[in-house]
Design a protein. Structure first.
Length: 438
């Protein structure tokens, strides 16, 4: 028995040591199951300035400043706002290719909260700032120094994203991770010089075209307003008899009014000077289609179609602006973005007009045009009513399959319209050439 006791003691101690090791391993696994969130730097590259959005986890920022920021998120900005601005100014810097310093302007400090269960903290400081390039320097290539947290928390990382850069076709929808700043690597070189303003304009141009192609409500409004263009208003009814030249003049006038209206509101909204709730705008877009359809049945504002098109164009322009909302560009870059996008809208409108207008004018010379006009307006009104119910009251849109079919319509349908219109125009030109030859 005396020889067995030491072995029993060792067995007991071994089991205790094993249990302790297993507990420690479990505790370590629990501790490491929560990741430390990185800070995030979003860059919006303009022509002569760079807009910066910093997303800084309060726990890590507090460790760098030796302040308990994460313990009282609500008090961070009121109590430490001045200190934070000074600290950020000292630890976020940029230089041009020739070594000249950018000037930093801090615009706003905000807080946000996330709900990632895998992070040790979900409270963030969000900083909006701007880096102004020195005189004559390009923003296409520069160096960024980010030592906001890394200089004291050596395990921390900062993810550097290029979110918007018109020259490289980045417009905020898909931010591109360009580098990671960490201990020993806080000097980040950013080079977007391979891009060009023309490529950015092309992308925005295509975005404008795509927005119209995938937004049938805008084109239905314009087409419904053009349906009575070849007709004369008389005695509260539409009647045939308008000349081709007068019809074309009215069409050009209506399209120009719509273009002017949406260009003005698109520019003002993109610049941030006007805004309206998205839901209200979308409802008004649907209502504008209903109004133009009623006008196609019975003259409501005969002779004033251009002004109505311009007025409702303002509403449609606010809807267009949603695509460009949030572009943190300087004024020059913003204007170029607006130009490219608006030209794309106009190009798609002209394509739709070219595909439908010859057929519309040709039909207007027949006795069947009134029926075509009424049926076309009825179809557009039904779609508009479905959109109104959906957007205003959240009801299911019974015509959603039709709307999806129109956004955009099948290729064969568009090709057939273009071919028919092209054939019609060719026939008219051939006929005129033959008469002149005789």
């Amino acid at each position: 028995m005396s020889f067995a006791r030491p072995f029993q003691w060792l067995a007991t101690r071994w089991r205790t040591a094993l249990a302790a090791a297993l507990w420690a391993a479990g505790a370590a696994q629990t501790a490491f199951a929560h990741d430390v969130p990185p800070s995030i730097v979003m860059l919006d590259i303009g022509r002569d300035a760079i807009a910066v959005e910093l997303q800084l986890p309060l726990s890590e920022l507090g460790a760098a400043l030796t302040l308990p920021l994460a313990a009282d998120p609500a008090g961070v900005i009121p109590q430490h706002g001045g200190q934070l601005r000074q600290y950020i100014g000292e630890h976020l810097q940029a230089q041009s290719r020739d070594g000249r310093a950018y000037s930093l302007r801090i615009d706003t400090l905000d807080l946000k909260k996330t709900d990632n269960a895998n992070w040790t903290t979900n409270d963030w400081l969000v900083v909006h700032a701007a880096l102004q390039a020195p005189e004559g320097a390009t923003t296409a290539a520069f160096a960024l120094d980010d030592t906001l947290i890394v200089h004291r928390v050596m395990s921390h990382q900062a993810l550097i994203y290029m979110r918007r850069d018109m020259r490289n076709g980045l417009l905020g929808d898909k931010p591109m991770l360009i580098s990671t700043a960490g201990f020993g690597n806080t000097h980040i070189k950013v080079d977007g010089s391979r891009g060009s303003w023309s490529s950015g304009l092309r992308k925005l141009f295509m975005m404008g075209m795509q927005h119209i192609a995938e937004g049938p409500d805008h084109m239905l409004f314009l087409l419904a307003l053009l349906l009575p263009a070849p007709l004369l208003a008389s005695g509260g009814r539409w009647r045939a008899g308008k000349s081709l030249s007068a019809s074309l003049k009215d069409v050009v006038s209506v399209v120009s009014g719509f273009t002017l209206g949406h260009s003005i509101s698109l520019g003002l909204a993109t610049a941030g000077w006007v805004s309206a709730p998205t839901r209200v705008v979308e409802v008004l877009v649907a209502v504008s289609i209903l109004v133009s359809c009623v006008h196609a049945w019975r003259p409501l504002f005969a002779g004033r179609e251009t002004w109505i098109a311009a007025a409702f164009g303002v509403v449609h322009g606010l809807a267009f602006a949603e695509v460009l909302s949030g572009l943190s560009f300087d004024r020059t870059t913003l204007m170029l973005s607006l130009l490219g996008f608006n030209l794309g809208i106009e190009a798609m409108q002209l394509l739709v007009m070219a595909a439908t207008l010859p057929l519309l004018l040709a039909l207007s010379t027949t006795r069947h045009y009134r029926a075509v006009s009424v049926c076309g307006a009825a179809f557009a009104a039904a779609c508009a009513l479905g959109w109104t119910l959906e957007r205003a009251f959240g009801l299911a849109n019974p015509l959603e399959p039709v709307a999806n079919w129109l956004a955009p319509p099948p290729t064969w349908f568009g090709a057939s319209l273009c071919a028919a219109s092209a054939g019609l125009v060719l026939a008219v030109l051939t006929s005129r050439w033959t008469r002149r030859a005789v």
